[in-house]
Design a protein. Structure first.
Length: 414
């Protein structure tokens, strides 16, 4: 168990600097052991909330967000699914300052518009709760979840209000019914929340159909059925956990996908676990690795303490980059980090936004600070940059990792 020091507030007015609490002396509990591995917040995009909870304004802007649920960090772009405003924001070049406005907005006519289907203009240029976003081989791909489709731009738009070049999962750009208004098939979606390109394969977390779909030759063309239906016995089935008990080849709420060439990892948020296949499956089969549960037949939620490094509560997002694994442990209001991909169920090596593995409070039960989170819903890891969709705080936090300090440089007691 971690040890702590207690730092008392000596401010003249009795307030802790930067807090929104009332009068009276309070103490901050500081962990004796730094579990961040050198990660710290570099900037935030969206609500200027540190020190208190800022709600989004009635009218959006290119700088404010409402419940963002997805984020992607690339070499030359940062993309955010500003889900509550039913739009996608794009920065050309990585942002360099807090609250920097986006350069491009998609899904709305301009930066001050909001509402489903472009505020009523229609789905041809509109969205309904977009969640997954990524750029691959110069193409922008968006999971337009509540329109039950995937949108593809052949190049990253340089201007706002550009219609997608392709629509996957629907017969045309105007159609938005779940499973195309009929039976489930290997070419339809019901709430597709997560997307990923791993090696040569394109994967979709088809959340409402409780399955993961895979196209082994990359992003498909319109109306092309998936090559792999993972988590169900066939393309027509859509029951939770295959209609029975939780197992090594079932999902309750598959929400995000990550991996590397030779490995597929799925965040099964509803079963409070991650499942991994190695190598990537080319057909429905049992997973090889489970994280967050003691075995493949468990789906235990940990709503109360004590919390640990090897259990999750609604892990909505995961990202694997150069062997390092990051997991958005959403309902525990933290990010868990492993130095390498665990295959033995071991606990995380590091934790962000909480002082230790036993804590899980929203904004650490204090106030909104630069290093606190409230329902982190999406993340993107690229080298020593980690972007987190801090949904409950209406912002995206960009964290960066510094080189680890030696023991003599750390301000902690041994």
């Amino acid at each position: 168990m971690s040890r702590y020091t207690v730092r008392h507030n000596n401010a003249a007015d009795g307030r802790w600097p930067g807090s929104s609490g009332g009068l009276g002396t309070r103490a901050d509990v500081i962990p004796e052991v730094d579990l961040t591995d050198g990660w710290s917040p570099a900037l935030w995009l969206g609500a200027p909330a540190p020190g208190g909870l800022a709600l989004p304004p009635a009218k959006p802007s290119m700088a404010w967000m409402y419940s963002p649920r997805g984020v992607f960090v690339g070499e030359r772009h940062l993309v955010v699914a500003d889900s509550g405003n039913h739009r996608v924001l794009i920065w050309h070049g990585l942002p360099s300052r807090d609250e920097q406005p986006a350069d491009v907005v998609l899904g709305q006519s301009d930066g001050e518009s909001e509402g489903r289907a472009a505020g009523g203009r229609g789905p041809e240029r509109g969205m309904n709760l977009p969640t997954g976003v990524l750029i691959h081989d110069g193409r922008l791909i968006v999971a337009d979840a509540w329109h039950h489709r995937i949108l593809v731009w052949d190049s990253v738009p340089e201007t706002s209000d550009v219609a997608p070049d392709h629509v996957l999962g629907q017969p045309d750009a105007a159609s938005v019914r779940e499973n195309q208004g009929g039976a489930c098939s290997a070419a339809t979606f019901y709430w597709p929340f997560g997307i990923a390109v791993i090696g040569s394969a394109f994967w979709v977390a088809d959340t409402g159909n409780r399955r993961v779909l895979g196209w082994l030759d990359g992003v498909p063309g319109p109306r092309q059925a998936a090559d792999v239906v993972l988590g169900q016995p066939d393309g027509a089935a859509r029951e939770e956990n295959r209609g029975g008990a939780v197992g090594p080849a079932s999902f309750r709420w598959p929400h995000d996908i990550t991996g590397r060439d030779g490995m597929l990892v799925v965040a099964d948020a509803g079963d409070h676990r991650l499942l991994a296949w190695s190598p990537q499956p080319d057909a429905d089969r049992d997973a090889d690795v489970v994280l967050g549960q003691p075995d493949f037949s468990s789906a235990l939620e940990w709503p109360y303490g004590p919390h640990t490094a090897d259990r999750f509560r609604f892990p909505y997002a995961a990202c694997l980059d150069d062997g390092r694994l990051a997991v958005a442990d959403t309902a525990n209001n933290r990010i868990l980090l492993w130095d390498d991909m665990p295959t033995d169920g071991r606990g995380a090596d590091h934790v962000l936004a909480q002082p230790d593995f036993g804590s899980n409070g929203e904004n650490r039960w204090t106030s909104v600070q630069r290093d606190t989170l409230c329902w982190p819903y999406g993340l993107s890891l690229r080298g020593d940059t980690l972007a987190v969709a801090d949904s409950g705080n209406n912002r995206v936090m960009v964290w960066r990792r510094a080189k680890s300090k030696g023991p003599d440089e750390r301000s902690r007691k041994e």
